[in-house]
Design a protein around this ligand. Structure first.
Ligand code: ATP
Ligand code: MG
Length: 543
């Protein structure tokens, strides 16, 4: 598997700690909250979390951070597993934060006993109002000095369901004047009546992320808790929790920059909105930047990993070009996708001097080390694309024109004979002669003409539908809602594909010559002959 760019700062930290003996075995975790499907940003985190563990012979666990039942669902739990496997990673253990709810409750009670946590009766609004600002300190809660006994009783009553949602919270007792607002007596437990997808209605209080996460890491013996930059300011609280709950030295939090890509929505909340509002056909719509969307689109997982490796591990946020991701997809497909012939907008081509049918060999992939070929049948009744014949050619047009010649890929050179049009002037049929001695691969294959075009045999082709996609977002900045591309999916029916494609399997990837890369859709073959366009042929990255 491809390595992250060697020598990144996380590896430096890990190597130093291994060398000094501070860490014996590297243990990391990938900690998704099951409140949506994974997106390409998560792929980056997965590559780092799993990659670091693998590089140093350690372990990476999959841990669901399921402490917020109101937004979580088993559908997401399952999709996350499927997507990590698809991306090519294997977790050491499958773990759930909710399995630790009892232990977390005990840790909170211990903090109370140490005089480091208290039950506060402020509403969320009052807590916000008394928190202070970046330039002014907060003010102490009037409930800050409750006795340990009273706090223990109230916390137990919160757990027992005596109070309404939001009526009380448990707060860490740190410092309302701390320059770091996260340290101003943060809420660590709240009352929330919501059925949890694993613990059901057992709990009506749930731990907050900043309290739960360090404990989850500590319980599991995580050595390096790698997360994104927005948690940098939370690290003092992370350390406060782990130390005061008795985990010393405990896990170390390390932050890296989130992956951002232009014209790409990288937030589960917004992606969910698109799904809920029917702007896309579900989380796995091929336009979605989710891993399952990319799978449906036809992106090879290896290409996503190569992209993440090239994106590197940075300490400062930036926004990458979407062409960079496409570059890695195209690079992979150029090496691996089988070539096939398809015409999107067919017109009849009749070979007037041809009878019967004859086999031609078409190269599967010019980049393959071992050359292989597949057979296409040349015959009298063919199709070519409407764009490959011009009754009145524009300047520099190199394809078929009245009086001209063109080569059919893998087959013969043709000489134009005549063409027919309908009453509106649209070409309905072109007639040509083929030049028998010009067969590709034959003795006179050196005969040269300027244009080479793809074709299919009308007698054994298959009708296919081609789905073409635009980016979900228009270029620019600002609110996603105002930047949605209208008509980001275009369906082309009536395309004709060479006979080989009758037998394609779902998710098989091809280069349709001169058109682009395409992937057979889920369910392909059983009455459904549809391809998703993965990406075009032209690479604009770095240009
Ligand atoms: P979102 O904002 O899309 O909901 P999240 O960070 O809340 O994302 P989590 O399920 O909490 O999603 O994330 C699991 C892990 O993936 C975390 O360690 C998080 O930091 C990381 N992650 C999420 N988005 C990105 C991103 N764009 N780039 C890199 N890592 C990411
Ligand atoms: Mg989150």
């Amino acid at each position: 598997m491809e390595e992250l760019n060697s020598g990144n700062f996380i590896e430096d930290i890990v190597e130093e700690e291994l060398a000094s003996g501070k860490v014996k075995e590297v243990i990391t975790r990938f900690p998704p909250e099951p409140n949506g499907y994974l997106h390409i940003g998560h792929a980056k985190a997965i590559c780092i979390d799993f990659g670091i563990a693998a590089k140093y012979g350690g372990k990476c666990n999959l841990r669901y951070d399921d402490t917020n039942p109101s937004k979580e669902d088993i559908e997401y739990v399952n999709s996350i597993k499927e997507d990590i496997k698809w991306l090519g990673f294997k977790w050491n253990a499958e773990l759930y934060a909710s399995d630790y709810f009892d232990r977390m409750y005990d840790c909170a009670a211990e903090l109370i006993k140490k005089g480091l946590a208290y039950v506060c009766d402020y509403s969320a609004e009052e807590i916000r109002a008394t928190r202070g600002t970046l330039t002014s300190p907060g003010t102490n809660s009037p409930w800050r000095d409750r006795s340990v006994e009273e706090n223990l009783r109230l916390f137990a009553e919160m757990k027992a369901g005596k109070y309404a949602d939001g009526e009380k919270v448990l707060r860490a007792k740190i410092d309302m004047a701390s320059p770091n607002i996260n340290m101003r007596d943060p809420v660590i437990y709240r009352i929330l009546r919501a059925t949890h997808h694993r613990t059901g209605d057992k709990w009506c209080i749930y731990p907050m992320y900043d309290f739960a996460h360090p404990l989850e890491d500590a319980f599991e013996g995580v050595t390096h808790s790698i997360c994104t930059l927005e948690f940098e300011d939370h690290r003092p609280l992370y350390d406060w929790v782990k130390i005061n709950c008795g985990f010393i030295p405990g896990p170390r939090q390390i932050e890296f920059a989130r992956l951002n890509i232009k014209r790409t929505i990288m937030s589960k909340r917004y992606l969910k909105k698109l799904v809920d509002e029917g702007k896309v056909e579900g989380w796995s719509d091929p336009r979605m930047p989710t891993l399952s969307g990319m799978r449906e689109r036809g992106y090879p997982p290896e290409a996503i990993r190569a992209f993440c490796a090239a994106a590197g591990v940075a300490k400062a946020n930036s926004e990458l070009e979407v062409s960079m991701l496409e570059h890695f997809v195209r690079d992979n497909l150029n090496m691996n996708a089988k070539r096939a012939m398809v015409v999107q907008d067919p017109i009849r081509l009749t070979i007037v001097n041809m009878e019967g049918s004859e086999e031609c060999e078409v190269e599967d992939n010019p980049n393959a080390e071992v050359k292989t070929y597949h057979t296409v049948n040349f015959g009298k009744n063919l199709y070519i694309d409407r764009s490959d014949f011009a009754p009145v050619p524009p300047p520099k047009y190199k394809r078929l024109v009245p009086g001209g010649m063109v080569r059919l890929k893998g087959a013969y050179i043709l000489q134009y004979v005549s063409h027919e049009t309908d009453k509106d002037g649209n070409v309905t049929e072109v007639k040509c002669e083929f030049i028998p001695e010009s067969k590709q691969g034959g003795a006179n294959a050196g005969m040269k003409v300027k244009g080479v075009i793809q074709w299919v045999n009308a007698d054994d082709c298959v009708d296919v539908t081609l789905n073409e996609f635009d980016y979900l977002l228009l270029d620019g900045e600002g609110d996603f809602n105002d930047r949605l591309t209208p008509n980001s999916k275009v369906v082309h029916t009536g395309a004709k594909a060479e006979g080989m494609l009758k037998d394609a399997k779902p998710y098989d990837r091809f280069q349709f010559m001169r058109m682009g890369y395409y992937s057979a859709v889920k369910g392909y073959g059983s009455g459904k002959y549809e391809f998703n366009m993965i990406t075009g042929l032209k690479d604009s990255y770095g240009k």
